[in-house]
Design a protein around this ligand. Structure first.
Ligand code: SF4
Ligand code: SF4
Length: 325
């Protein structure tokens, strides 16, 4: 029968730097005002695999990309998550090939399970930090019938490093963080619905980002050991704003996966990135998109007007002091 140590070796070969296990008992329910996606997650591992005895928690670290003013960006998390998801599925297949039952799933509440397994600690920014990798990790779960040695840490308290720190609360541009590890999801830029125009006050806060918001991670001392990396050239090419605003987005699918690399999702934010980067050279592309249905048409019009009337503002970069070179 596979041991946790053997599984660690298999996981390491697939890029997972930390592996922990907990029992298959349910986690608590999420707070009632959690993001709809979080509310839809399953609290009971046995609803995924009735014979479950353990849950494996896997952490794949990543290096955040160095932001470049005037360029489109994606949080490196999305690229790492795409790879981590596929490799966790492969690991589950490898475990299953030994005769055990193992199901890789994205349907469980991974953060409370990771804390319970002793993989990391929850921070005031609502993210789990893992050892020297901080919160710059993609977390994955595999439910198995293997009786693995299970940790059961108390998940109640925040990471001790948050005791005298409020940097993430102070850096959040929308005051979404409540200070106790939870957030007012309606205020978080990352959680805004994609099918409606972004509230006008938030449009300059997205900077060049096509997906997500990185501010409450970039400022966090728990990530102090994590160094930024240059984007791979092929990804930088796929993020070219002129290309994206012309509708050429498919080169991003291998990097982000089909769910994240959806045309309108990317174009909606690319239109804002043009104004936030001061890219007047993209006015022809923006003007061509003004007639598109909301939210793309609205974002293109806002960007074109912002660029024409000189209302462009660079967003404050909360991580500037923490860069590696
Ligand atoms: S910025 Fe400070 S308070 Fe916020 S999660 Fe990081 S260590 Fe904790
Ligand atoms: S992701 Fe951005 S908007 Fe959301 S809590 Fe963090 S800093 Fe605030």
């Amino acid at each position: 029968m596979l041991t946790l140590e053997t599984i660690r070796g298999m996981a390491l070969a697939l890029g997972f730097e930390r592996v922990a296990a907990t029992d298959a008992s349910p986690t608590g329910a999420p707070p009632p005002d959690a993001h709809p996606q979080a509310l839809s997650l399953e609290a009971d591992p046995r609803r995924i695999l009735p014979a479950a005895r353990s849950v494996l928690l896997l952490a794949m670290p990543y290096a955040p990309y160095w932001p470049r003013p005037g360029e489109a960006a994606v949080d490196a998390y999305y690229v790492a998550n795409n790879r981590a998801h596929e490799n966790a599925r492969r690991l589950a297949e490898e475990i299953s090939a030994t005769g055990a039952q193992a199901v890789m799933t994205s349907s469980l509440r991974v953060k409370p399970l990771a804390v319970r397994a002793g993989l990391g600690r929850m921070g005031r920014n609502g993210l789990v930090a893992v050892g020297g990798f901080g919160s710059r990790v993609s977390l994955q779960t595999i439910v198995t019938d293997l009786p693995l040695p299970a940790s059961r840490e108390d998940g109640g308290a925040l990471d001790a490093r948050c005791d005298h720190c409020h940097l993430c609360e102070q850096a959040c541009p929308t005051q979404a963080l409540r200070g106790d590890g939870t957030m007012d999801i309606g205020r978080c830029v990352r959680a805004q619905p994609e099918n409606r125009p972004l509230p006008e006050a938030m449009r300059s806060m997205t900077g060049g980002s096509l997906l997500g918001c990185d501010i409450c991670q970039r400022c966090c001392p728990r990530n102090a050991l994590v160094r930024e990396a240059e984007k791979p050239p092929a990804l930088a090419g796929a993020l070219d704003l002129k290309r994206l605003l012309s509708g050429d987005y498919k080169a991003l699918i291998p990097w982000l996966g089909r769910n994240n690399a959806r045309k309108l999702r990317l174009l909606n934010r690319a239109a804002l990135a043009a104004a936030n980067g001061g890219r007047k050279d993209l006015l022809p592309e923006l003007e061509a998109l003004r007639g598109e249905p909301e939210p793309l048409g609205e974002h293109a019009a806002w960007s074109a007007e912002t660029l024409k009337h000189g209302d462009h503002r660079e967003i404050p970069d909360a991580g500037a002091a923490r860069r590696s070179d």
